[in-house]
Design a protein around this ligand. Structure first.
Ligand code: SAM
Length: 384
C-alpha cells in the first residue's frame, strides 16, 4: 500500500518512517477511521438512548466487550451520556492492551504509566468491587487529570495514585483486610498516625508541606529517587488504616516476589507514531514541534532506554505466576520487538508466549482499522 499521503508530512517525519520501515500511507486514513467509545459496564441496555443522544448508530466491536465504533466525525464531549459518565472516549487499541492483561476478579494490578487514565478506568471497571489498581505516573498534572476522571466515573474506591518514577517505583500491593469503621473522615495524617479516608480538602498546613516537598524538582520527568507521592486513594484501596511506614514498604532487589502484583501494565511513553490522529494534530501544532517531541535522535535513544527500564521494573514487581503487558502506540521495531527481546535476554524467568494476542494486535497494523495503533506483548513471570 505504498501511496503518497495527502497530509503534508514533513521530510523529517518521512525519513523517520523510512528508517523504521513504516508505510506513510496510514496517515491519510484518519478521516475514514472510526472512533470508538466504551460503555460503562451494565450500559448495554442504554444503547438506543446513547444513539439518540450522540446522533449516530453504535456498532458493537465483536472482539472487545463494551466497545462500539462510531463514525469519525462524531464528537461525544457535549453529549449527555459522556457528561454523565455513561460512556468513555477510548480507542479499541487501548482496550486491546487491557484485554490482553486478562484481569480476573480480585487481582491487584499495577499500571506503571497510568495517566491520563483511560486504561486505568477500564481496569477498575473490570475489577468491580474486588482487587485493587495502583496507578503510577511521573507527570503530576496528567495524574491529577486521571484523579478527576476517577471521580467523574465514580471509580476511585479501590485505587491509589502515585506521582513517581515508574523505573524505580517499589511499593507492593496492599493485600490486607482493613476495618474501616474506626477511622472516620478527615485529612490524611501521614506523620505519626494512620491514613484516614481520603478527602480533597486539605488544611493550609498540609498543602504547604506538600508544596514544599515538590519544590526543587526542576522537571517532572526527572524525579529519579524521590519518594512516591500519593495524590489519591480510595476507601477500599487498602490504604485507610495503615501507617505511613506500613504503606511505604518496598520490594527490594530482584528476588522473586510472592507478594507482588497479579497483573502489571506497562503502557510506556513512546514516540506515538502509531497514533494517526495524534500525528495529524501536528499539522496545527506545527511540524517543528513534531521534530522536537518525536524525532529528536537524543530523545528517541533516551526513550528506548526508559522503555526497557519501565518494563524491567514492572516485571520486578510482578508476582510469580503473574502476567504483564508491555504496550506502546509506536509502530517501530526499536520500541517494541527490540525492547522485549532485550528484556527477555536479561530475564530468564520471563516467558513471552501469548502469540495469539500479539498476532491479533499486529493485524491492526496491517489493516489499520484503529486510529491508535498499538503493539502489545504479554510476559509471564515463571520463576519457580
Ligand atoms: C502512553 S502514555 C500512558 C497512557 C495511559 N496508560 C492511558 O491509558 O491513559 C505514557 C505515560 O507515561 C508517563 N511516563 C513517562 N515517563 C515515565 C516514568 N519514568 N515513570 C512513570 N511514568 C512515566 C507519561 O507521563 C505518560 O503519561
Amino acid at each position: 500500500m505504498e501511496t503518497t499521503p495527502n497530509l503534508p508530512l514533513p521530510e523529517a517525519f518521512l525519513d523517520f518512517l523510512k528508517e523504521n520501515d513504516l508505510d506513510p500511507s496510514i496517515y491519510v486514513l484518519g478521516d475514514v477511521t472510526p472512533r470508538y467509545i466504551r460503555l460503562k459496564p451494565g450500559g448495554g441496555t442504554q444503547v438506543e438512548e446513547i444513539e439518540a443522544d450522540i446522533k449516530c448508530m453504535l456498532e458493537e466491536v465483536s472482539w472487545l466487550p463494551g466497545f462500539f465504533s462510531i463514525p469519525p466525525h462524531i464528537q461525544i464531549a457535549n453529549s449527555k451520556a459522556y457528561q454523565e459518565g455513561k460512556i468513555y472516549g477510548m480507542d479499541a487499541a487501548s482496550g486491546a492492551a487491557v484485554l490482553a492483561l486478562n484481569v480476573s476478579a480480585g487481582d491487584h494490578v499495577l499500571d506503571l504509566c497510568a495517566a491520563p487514565g483511560a486504561k486505568l478506568c477500564m481496569l477498575l471497571d473490570l475489577l468491580g468491587s474486588s482487587g485493587s489498581v495502583t496507578g503510577v505516573d511521573v507527570a503530576r498534572h496528567r495524574l491529577a487529570a486521571c484523579r478527576t476522571m476517577l471521580q467523574k466515573y465514580g471509580l476511585g474506591d479501590r485505587c491509589r495514585l502515585f506521582v513517581a518514577d515508574g523505573t524505580t517505583f517499589s511499593l507492593r500491593p496492599l493485600r490486607g483486610h482493613f476495618d474501616l469503621k474506626s477511622y472516620g473522615t478527615s485529612a490524611p495524617q501521614e506523620n505519626n498516625g494512620y491514613f484516614k479516608e481520603w478527602t480533597s480538602k486539605r488544611s493550609w498546613k498540609e498543602r504547604k508541606i506538600a508544596s514544599k516537598a515538590r519544590i526543587g524538582t526542576a522537571s517532572e520527568l526527572v524525579i529519579g529517587t524521590r519518594e512516591p507521592e500519593m495524590i489519591f486513594y480510595g476507601k477500599h484501596s487498602g490504604v485507610v488504616g495503615l501507617t505511613k511506614s506500613e504503606l511505604f514498604q518496598t520490594a527490594c532487589g530482584s528476588e522473586a516476589l510472592d507478594s507482588g502484583y497479579d497483573k502489571v501494565l506497562v503502557d510506556a511513553e513512546c514516540t506515538h507514531d502509531g497514533s494517526i490522529r495524534h500525528i495529524q494534530k501536528f499539522e496545527h501544532w506545527g511540524w517543528k514541534t513534531l521534530q522536537r517531541r518525536v524525532l529528536d535522535a537524543q530523545r528517541t535513544d533516551n526513550l528506548t532506554h526508559l522503555q526497557l527500564q519501565l518494563l524491567s521494573n514492572g516485571f520486578r514487581l510482578l508476582k510469580v505466576g503473574g502476567s504483564l503487558v508491555y504496550s506502546t502506540c509506536s509502530l517501530t521495531v526499536a520500541q517494541n520487538e527490540d525492547i522485549v527481546e532485550q528484556f527477555l535476554s536479561q530475564n530468564a524467568h520471563a516467558d513471552h508466549s501469548s502469540f495469539e494476542v500479539q498476532f491479533h494486535l499486529k493485524t491492526t497494523k496491517e489493516v489499520p482499522l484503529v486510529s491508535y495503533n498499538f503493539q502489545g506483548y504479554v510476559v509471564s513471570n515463571i520463576w519457580d
